[in-house]
Write a protein that binds this ligand. Structure first.
Ligand SMILES: CC(=O)N[C@@H](Cc1ccccc1Cl)C(=O)N1CCC[C@]12C=C[C@@H]1CC[C@@H](C(=O)N3CC[C@@H]4C=C[C@H]5[C@H](C)C[C@@H](C(=O)O)N5C(=O)[C@H]43)N1C2=O
Length: 113
């Protein structure tokens, strides 16, 4: 992470992007696979972002700001999603615990903004 940021959660998930044109979820990045997805907090300016890197080759497959008012949708116990003005992100978690840990950190971050 950049200077001053620290991880408040790390969860295992397959990072997906919704392909609006074809109405289907596609893996973010070069290939399907599990990533380590963090929420990084920058305490100086109290900002948060989601950064995910593939476990296998460290490809960054998500790097998006968490903006105040983001609606975090827990569609199923292991598939959560949110949108920004460009796209819809989906996290297909490796376990319910990963999902619960990530959701707790996300909701906590949103409360402090
Ligand atoms: C108002 C609004 O934006 N609403 C969004 C959701 C939202 C609400 C509030 C705040 C933000 C957001 Cl983002 C919405 O509804 N959106 C966002 C784009 C897509 C979708 C639209 C329609 C479809 C219909 C069904 C569902 C879907 O996609 N679901 C269901 C769970 C299920 C779980 C897993 C994945 C699996 C990885 C592959 C695939 C599989 O199971 O084969 N799949 C799925 O099928 C996954 N949809 C959506 O989520």
């Amino acid at each position: 992470t950049n200077f001053g940021e620290h991880s408040i959660v790390a969860a295992r998930a397959s990072v997906m992007i919704y392909d609006d044109a074809n109405k289907k979820w596609v893996p973010s990045g070069m290939s399907q696979g599990i990533s380590k997805v963090h929420i990084y907090h920058h305490p100086i300016n109290n900002t948060f972002r989601v950064v995910g890197r593939k476990m296998q080759d460290h490809e960054v497959v998500i790097n998006c700001a968490i903006l105040k008012g983001l609606k975090y949708n827990q569609a199923t116990p292991t598939f959560h999603q949110w949108r920004d003005n460009r796209q819809v992100y989906g996290l297909n978690f490796a376990s319910k615990e990963d999902a619960e840990n990530f959701a707790h950190a996300m909701l906590t971050a949103l409360e402090t903004m």
